[in-house]
Design a protein around this ligand. Structure first.
Ligand code: GDP
Length: 367
């Protein structure tokens, strides 16, 4: 391609190399006079939003654009990876626009957890991260739980203005928008996309019935999540599909838990304590003595300690140690994208070993 082509739908620069990035068009569709990218094509013809991703620089460009628009920002986060999916800079870019915070994948939380408790926790965390959302709602885009309430809230807060849906990759933004489209148009109805102006923000536009539109923005990749450090074929083991069953371990200092070969949790100092592990149900957890942990890892990673299995273990970045001195009980030690371990008792010292590049931090307990 010598000439730069733009999608007539979203305005993205057309490219034929990467299916998951903005502007992708199969080479066979390129010769036409008006080129439409695959994402816009699917929306136009199948009422379906397809996820695409962007680098953070491009995303900043979009965020900058958002501050200049007027409307409601709907920010989607993944409740299982709240901080990892947060999009830290957003509040600086939205201008005076209200932000509706939607936490997706609530079906993964144990049913015993009260929604009001989760919402209060989210409000506190959001505040400490610099965002004061107009409202916080819990949904499961996958199951459809809470979707009607979100549609209602969007109608109420947008005040007949546009809606911009933002989120990092994998939060379930596409699943969410597809649900909303179904809810709004009814099964089988085709969205009228006659009003389909090119924007230069790579956003794709879904017309609402009063002349305003809902815009899907590309997802932003967060490189601090576990998902970017393991082979795609093993992602299914770490991504929970169902309600998480927390596993409680009564530990003495000097004991270690391995989560597959992906992470290790050492109890270093403190009274005998309970630690509750919140990770995908099928991830094997192996308990051992701290003094034997290094040797066990070297000898058994990829086999007894898996995933990753021996086929992919060499690609896993080396584990890096993060030590925490925890003063308060009910503190989560979070391994971004893998899950978290709730330290139930105060005054303990623990260390997490996680692949280099994966964020590890503590927060007040979510559950
Ligand atoms: P996007 O990258 O944000 O557009 O995310 P997708 O809509 O493609 O979803 C990413 C992954 O999350 C997929 O594996 C979905 O099946 C899953 N997912 C989306 N919504 C939910 C949900 O409500 N609950 C659960 N458990 N998984 C979900």
């Amino acid at each position: 391609m010598t000439e730069v082509l733009h999608c007539i739908g979203c305005g993205a620069v057309i490219q034929t190399e990467n299916k998951n990035e903005v502007g992708y068009t199969p080479p066979s569709s390129i010769d036409k006079e008006t080129v439409i990218c695959q994402r816009c094509f699917r929306l136009k013809n199948y009422n379906e939003i397809q996820p695409v991703t962007l680098t953070s620089d491009d995303f900043l460009r979009i965020l900058n654009g958002l501050g200049e628009q007027e409307g409601l920002i709907v920010k989607i986060v993944d409740i299982f990876d709240f901080n990892g999916s947060w999009l830290p800079g957003l509040h600086r870019f939205v201008g005076n626009n209200p932000v509706l915070l939607v936490a997706n994948k609530v079906d993964l939380l144990p049913k015993s957890v009260k929604p009001s408790k989760v919402i209060n926790w989210i409000k506190r965390e959001a505040k400490s991260l610099g965002l004061q959302p107009i409202d916080v709602l819990l949904v499961s885009a996958h199951k459809g739980t809470g979707i009607a309430e979100v549609v209602q809230a969007i109608e109420q807060y947008r005040k007949k203005k546009n809606v911009y849906v933002v989120g990092s990759t994998n939060v379930g933004k596409s699943t969410f928008i597809n649900r909303i489209i179904k809810q709004a148009t009814g099964e089988g109805n085709v969205i009228t996309t006659s009003h389909f102006p090119g924007t230069t923000l790579d956003m794709i536009e879904i017309p609402l019935d009063d002349g305003a539109s809902l815009f899907d923005t590309p997802g932003i990749i967060n490189h601090h999540q576990m998902a970017h450090h393991i082979d795609a074929s093993e992602l299914k083991y770490i991504t929970p599909k169902k309600e998480i069953k927390p596993k409680v371990y009564q530990q003495n200092p000097g004991q270690t838990l391995f989560i597959g070969a992906l992470a290790r949790f050492d109890f270093i100092k403190g009274e005998r304590s309970a630690f509750t592990v919140h990770v995908a149900n099928d991830l094997p957890i192996h308990r051992t003595k701290l003094e034997k942990a290094d040797q066990l890892y070297e000898e058994h990673k990829g086999e007894l300690l898996a995933p990753p299995t021996s086929k992919h273990i060499e690609k896993l970045p080396e584990l890096v140690r993060h030590e925490f001195s925890i003063k308060e009980g009910k503190t989560d030690v979070v391994i971004s994208g893998l899950g978290w371990i709730t330290v139930q008792h105060p005054n303990v010292v623990v260390a997490v070993h996680a692949p280099k590049g994966v964020e590890v931090f503590i927060r007040p307990s979510l559950i």
